[in-house]
Design a protein around this ligand. Structure first.
Ligand code: SF4
Ligand code: SF4
Length: 530
C-alpha cells in the first residue's frame, strides 16, 4: 500500500524531509565547528589594562567591597580604583546582558580610562570597528566623575556631549549610563571628591542600593537605578507617534481591503506611499528594521532570564514587534513582509521601477521555486542551532541579512558586505524580492506563528488555478500555487491578486460575467464574490 506524502513548507515531501534533516544536521555541525568564542579577559589581562590607565602603578589589587573595585597603587600609595561596570551598574542592553567596561578613576575623581571588556551586543559584534569603539570610550578619559555625559545632539549647559557611533545610538546610551552610574556609585562609596549636587544624587541611589541589599557582599541590581528605557522612550516620543500613525493607517487599509482593492489606482498609490514611508521613516530614519537577531534574543531571553527591560530599550522596535505579533495571529507573516519591512520595501520599490522601465522579469519555474524557498528555513535552523552554543556567533552569521549594512551602517562597511546588500537589491529588479523568497531567516521565522492565524481574507474563486492562472503569474512572491491556493507562508499580502479578483476587465470569470450582463443590456453593478 502506498502512503500519501505529507507536504512541508515549500512543497517538500516526507521522503525529502529526511534528506533535509541530514543537511540541517551537517550545517549545524559545520556551523558549530566554525565557532569563534569571544575571549574573556582574565585577571592578568585586566591588570594590564588597569596599568595602561595608571602608567605609574606598580600594584593592582583584587576586586573587593561594595561596589566591587580593585585598588591601584604605587609603593603602597593609593592612586585610584578600577571597576567593571557590569559589577556595579549592570544595565541590560539589546542582547539582554550588560556590557562590561573596565573604568579607572583616580583619587581626585578623574576618569583615567574606559575599555570595553566583554559584550554580546549585535551591533558591536560585527559592523562597528574596534577603532570606533576605542574612539568612543576614549572620550571619557580626563573627565570628572561629576560630569554628566550625553550622546550626540546639541551641547547643553551642565552636560558633556559625546560623539556617538552611527547606527549604535541606543547601545551607546546604555554603555554611557553604565559608566556614568558606576563611576558615581564608586566615587560616593570610596569617598572620592564629588560636587554637592552629584553627591546628593548618588546618596539617594546608594540608599536605594543599600535598601535593596541586605548584606554588603551582594551585587547591586540594575533595578535599583532608574530604568534607562524610560529615558530612551522620553527622547523618542515623536518617532513612536509617527510609527503609531503609520500602523493605524495600515490597520485601516487591512480592514477596508475588500473595498480598496476595487480601485486599482487608489490602492496602488496608497501602497507605494506606504512602502516609501516604511523605507524612509522606519528604515533610514528610525533604524527600526526588525531582524532575526531579535527573534534569537527573544528566545534566549525567554528561556533564561526574561526581562521586559531588554525589549523596552528600543521603543520603535518594541512597538513594531508588538504590532507584528498581533498581525501574525490575525493575518500571517505577510503584513510585516509586505508592508513594514524596510529592506522588503526597498526591493519591491526597485522591482516596481524596473517593471515600469520594462526590465524583463526572470521568475524561476514553479518547481524550482518551491524547492528553493526551503533555503531560508535551513538558514533559520542553522542560526538557531548556533545561537544555542553562542549568541554572538549566531549574530555574526545573521549577517546573511543585509539589513545592518543598508540601514544601521548606511553602507559604510567593507566592500563584500556592500556588494552583497546591493547585489541582492539589483537582483530584485529582475526577480521581485529574491532575498525574501529564498534567503531571509526572519521571513522564515515569521511563518511559524503564522500557522495560527485567525483570518483568511484573501479571496479566491473556484476557477483560480483550474484553469485560470492570471493571479498566479502576476504574484510578485510566487505565492499562488499552480492549483490556485495561496501559500500563506510565502504570501506578502501585497493585495495584487485581490485587485485582479475585483477587476471585471481582467479576472476571466468576471470578464465573462460582465460580458453576459452587457449582452443583456445590464450594467455590472454588483461583483460576484465567488
Ligand atoms: S522576507 Fe525578510 S527581507 Fe523580505 S520582507 Fe520579510 S523580513 Fe523583510
Ligand atoms: S499577489 Fe496575492 S498571493 Fe501573491 S503576495 Fe500578493 S496578496 Fe499574496
Amino acid at each position: 500500500m502506498q502512503r500519501s506524502a505529507a507536504i512541508l513548507p515549500g512543497g517538500i515531501t516526507m521522503s525529502a524531509r529526511r534528506a533535509w534533516h541530514e543537511v540541517l544536521r551537517a550545517l549545524a555541525v559545520a556551523a558549530i565547528a566554525l565557532m569563534w568564542t569571544m575571549p574573556v579577559a582574565g585577571q592578568s589581562a585586566l591588570d594590564d589594562r588597569a596599568r595602561a590607565m595608571f602608567p605609574d602603578a606598580d600594584h593592582v589589587g583584587a576586586f573587593t567591597g561594595t561596589p566591587p573595585t580593585a585598588e591601584v597603587g604605587r609603593e603602597g600609595q593609593l592612586l585610584g580604583y578600577v571597576l567593571l561596570t557590569d559589577q556595579v551598574a549592570p544595565i541590560p542592553a539589546y542582547s539582554g546582558k550588560p556590557i562590561s567596561v573596565l573604568v579607572g578613576i583616580d583619587t581626585a575623581g578623574v576618569i583615567r580610562g574606559a575599555e570595553i571588556i566583554a559584550h554580546e551586543e549585535p551591533i558591536l559584534v560585527i559592523g562597528v570597528t574596534d577603532d570606533a569603539l576605542a574612539r568612543f570610550t576614549a572620550q571619557y578619559t580626563g573627565r570628572s566623575v561629576d560630569d554628566t555625559f550625553k550622546i550626540g545632539g546639541r551641547e547643553r549647559p551642565g552636560t558633556v556631549r559625546l560623539d556617538g557611533i552611527s547606527g549604535a545610538t541606543i547601545t551607546m546610551m546604555v554603555l554611557n549610563a553604565s559608566i556614568l552610574r558606576s563611576v558615581k556609585a564608586v566615587a560616593e562609596a570610596r569617598g572620592l571628591p564629588l560636587a554637592p549636587g552629584a553627591e546628593a544624587q548618588i546618596s539617594a541611589a546608594t540608599e536605594r542600593m543599600a535598601a535593596a541589599q541586605p548584606t554588603n557582599t551582594a551585587q547591586p541590581d540594575a533595578a535599583t537605578f532608574e530604568p534607562i528605557w524610560k529615558e530612551v522612550w522620553a527622547e523618542r516620543t515623536l518617532r513612536v507617534w509617527i510609527l503609531g500613525a503609520g500602523l493605524l493607517l495600515l490597520t485601516v487599509i487591512l480592514f477596508l481591503q475588500d473595498w480598496l482593492t476595487r480601485y486599482r489606482r487608489l490602492i496602488s498609490t496608497l501602497r507605494i506611499a506606504f512602502l516609501v514611508y516604511t523605507l524612509l521613516f522606519i528604515g533610514v530614519y528610525a533604524l527600526a528594521q526588525l531582524s532575526v537577531v531579535n527573534v534569537l534574543t527573544f528566545v534566549h531571553s525567554a528561556v533564561r532570564d526574561f526581562r521586559w527591560e531588554t525589549f523596552l530599550i528600543e521603543p520603535l522596535i518594541f512597538v513594531l514587534w508588538s504590532f507584528v505579533a498581533v498581525s501574525l495571529l490575525l493575518w500571517g507573516r505577510g503584513v510585516y513582509c509586505g508592508w513594514l519591512c524596510p529592506y522588503g520595501a526597498l526591493q519591491e520599490l526597485v522591482n516596481k521601477a524596473a517593471q515600469k522601465l520594462r526590465v524583463p522579469q526572470l521568475n524561476l519555474p514553479s518547481l524550482v521555486h518551491e524547492r528553493l524557498v526551503a533555503i531560508k528555513y535551513v538558514i533559520l535552523v542553522a542560526l538557531f542551532g548556533l545561537s544555542m552554543q553562542s549568541l554572538p556567533d549566531a549574530v555574526r552569521y545573521a549577517e546573511v541579512e543585509p539589513f545592518k549594512t543598508v540601514f544601521a551602517l548606511r553602507l559604510d562597511r567593507t566592500w563584500p558586505f556592500v556588494a552583497y546588500a546591493l547585489g541582492l537589491v539589483a537582483i530584485s529588479a529582475f526577480n521581485g524580492k529574491f532575498f525574501c523568497k529564498y534567503l531571509c531567516p526572519l521571513g522564515a521565522a515569521l511563518t511559524i506563528p503564522s500557522h495560527f492565524r485567525i483570518f483568511d481574507w484573501l479571496r479566491r474563486r473556484k476557477e483560480c488555478g483550474r484553469p485560470c492562472q492570471t493571479c498566479a503569474t502576476e504574484c510578485p512572491s510566487q505565492a499562488i500555487r499552480p492549483t490556485g491556493e495561496i501559500d500563506a507562508n510565502e504570501c506578502h499580502y501585497c493585495l495584487d491578486c485581490q485587485v485582479t479578483f475585483w477587476d471585471p476587465y481582467k479576472c476571466p470569470p468576471l470578464v465573462e460575467h460582465r460580458k453576459r450582463a452587457e449582452k443583456h443590456g445590464r450594467t455590472l453593478d454588483r461583483l460576484p464574490l465567488r
